[in-house]
Each structure stands twice: as structure tokens, then as C-alpha cells.
Design a protein around this ligand. Structure first.
Ligand code: 13P
Length: 250
């Protein structure tokens, strides 16, 4: 069985404007220098407007930068979208696909598999997000729903993509709510994600992350679960010290 390096990714969502991105990167680099680089791999998903400055500021560090979304088409009439080449040109090494906040706007279905494929074909890493709503969990539909999301999102994946691919399980009811999944709930769902992803990729190699109200205080217990290989962090990633505290808990 291969050892999976933990991956801690910060999703800034629609936060961090202009110079704030420079200050963030300076602080992150200062902390990495002062306290050492964590064993976990680090990634950031800044808003599109900050991609170039963040990737520039962090060039030469081990932190990779990704887009919060990516379109499957190479180019064309897609107002408001962003292509793989645009992300790569802005210094990105990856892209997030299918975050629940995008799915809620109608970005669902086979296009997500095409986005994963496009990102990987363009030399980027791809991180697919999945997760159920509170209503689905309470109705006992979590397993069927998440299984369907993983199968749909991996429809175009190939076994040799595994090193540049990851899946973030983010229950919608835990996102931005302060209500974190219990370690058992998170472990069970991440084990399910791994099992289903194992239909397409080497299950021992694929990294499965948990996301939803991850903080320095709850990170160690979540990241200590056998099928949780990292975290996708929203709110707490806006402070470099908190992101690094989570990474050091991995
Ligand atoms: P929070 O960590 O703010 O709950 O956000 C989770 C998330 O959606 C990351 O993509």
C-alpha cells in the first residue's frame, strides 16, 4: 500500500481583494520560513483576479495555486467562465471542479467529468468536490447521492491520472456553518468516496479530502481518520497561520 501525502487546500471563495493577496502571501512565506515547511502538500484556490499575483508571489515555494472553477471548452462564447489555458497562463497548477456552491448554480452533470478531463489534459491537477445536503442526509440518501456524484465526475478519468487528481468530500450542511461532520461521519463518507473512486483509479493512491468547517481545533481528529488524506478549507484558510496549523495537524 502506498503512502498518501496529505494535501491541505485553502479555498478563498469570493474573498481577498487586490493588495490583500500580497499581504497574505508574504505572511504565509514568512511563517513557512520561520516555522518550517509542513509535511503536508499545500494548495490555494484564490479568486480569479488574484491568481496571477498569488502564483507569482508563491513561485519557488512548494505551494501550488489553482482556479476555483474551470470550463471544459478550450475557448469560445462562455461569458464569465475560465479556460484551462487561462489558468495555466496565470501560473496555476490546478483547478477545483464541482464545488457545491457552483453545483447550486446549475453546474452539474457530465460537464464536470469533461472539466476534470480538460484540466488534466492541460497539465493541471484536478480536485473534484462532492457532498450531500442536510435533507439528503436526513433522508438516508447520502450513500446513493455521493456514489452518483463520484461516478459521474470520474467518468472520463484514467488510472494514470491518480497522482494529479483528488476528491474533496464536503457535506453541504458543514460548509460555512461551523457544524463540522463528526470524525466518524467524515471517515465513513471518505471511505465510501475511496471505494467508489476505486472503480476507476488505484484506491490506495487516490487522495480523499474532507471539507466543511475545518479549523485548527478540529483538524487533528479529522485528519487522523484512515480514509481522510487532507482538508479543503474555506473560512479558516483566510488566515495563513490557521491554514498552516491545519497542515501541521495532518
Ligand atoms: P468552510 O471551511 O468555510 O466551511 O468552507 C468549506 C468549503 O466549502 C471549502 O471549499
Amino acid at each position: 500500500m502506498s503512502v498518501r501525502r496529505p494535501l491541505i487546500a485553502g479555498n478563498w471563495k469570493m474573498h481577498v481583494v487586490g493588495d490583500e493577496a500580497d499581504a497574505y502571501c508574504a505572511e504565509l512565506l514568512r511563517l513557512l520560513d520561520a516555522d518550517g515547511v509542513p509535511a503536508a502538500e499545500l494548495a490555494l484556490f484564490p479568486p480569479f483576479t488574484a491568481l496571477e499575483r498569488v502564483s507569482g508571489a508563491l513561485a519557488g515555494s512548494d505551494v501550488w495555486v489553482g482556479g476555483q472553477n474551470v470550463h471544459e471548452a478550450e475557448s469560445g462564447a462562455h461569458t464569465g467562465d475560465i479556460s484551462v489555458a487561462m489558468l495555466a497562463g496565470a501560473g496555476c497548477g490546478g483547478a477545483l471542479v464541482g464545488h457545491s456552491e457552483r453545483r447550486a448554480l446549475g453546474e452539474t452533470g457530465p460537464a464536470l467529468a469533461a472539466r476534470v478531463r480538460a484540466a488534466l489534459d492541460g497539465g493541471l491537477r484536478a480536485m473534484l468536490a462532492c457532498g450531500e445536503s442536510l435533507e439528503q442526509r436526513e433522508a438516508g440518501e447520502t450513500e446513493d447521492w455521493v456514489t452518483g456524484q463520484v461516478r459521474e465526475g470520474l467518468a472520463e478519468i484514467r488510472p494514470d491520472d491518480v497522482e494529479r487528481f483528488s476528491i474533496a468530500y464536503e457535506p453541504i450542511w458543514a460548509i460555512g456553518t461551523g457544524v463540522v461532520a463528526t470524525p466518524e461521519q467524515a471517515q465513513d463518507a471518505c471511505a465510501l468516496v475511496r471505494r467508489v473512486a476505486g472503480e476507476f483509479l488505484d484506491r490506495d493512491q487516490i487522495r480523499v479530502l474532507y471539507g466543511g468547517s475545518v479549523k485548527p481545533e478540529n483538524a487533528a481528529e479529522l485528519l487522523g481518520q484512515p480514509d481522510i488524506d487532507g482538508a479543503l478549507v474555506g473560512g479558516a484558510s483566510l488566515k495563513p497561520a490557521d491554514l498552516l496549523a491545519i497542515a501541521r495537524a495532518a
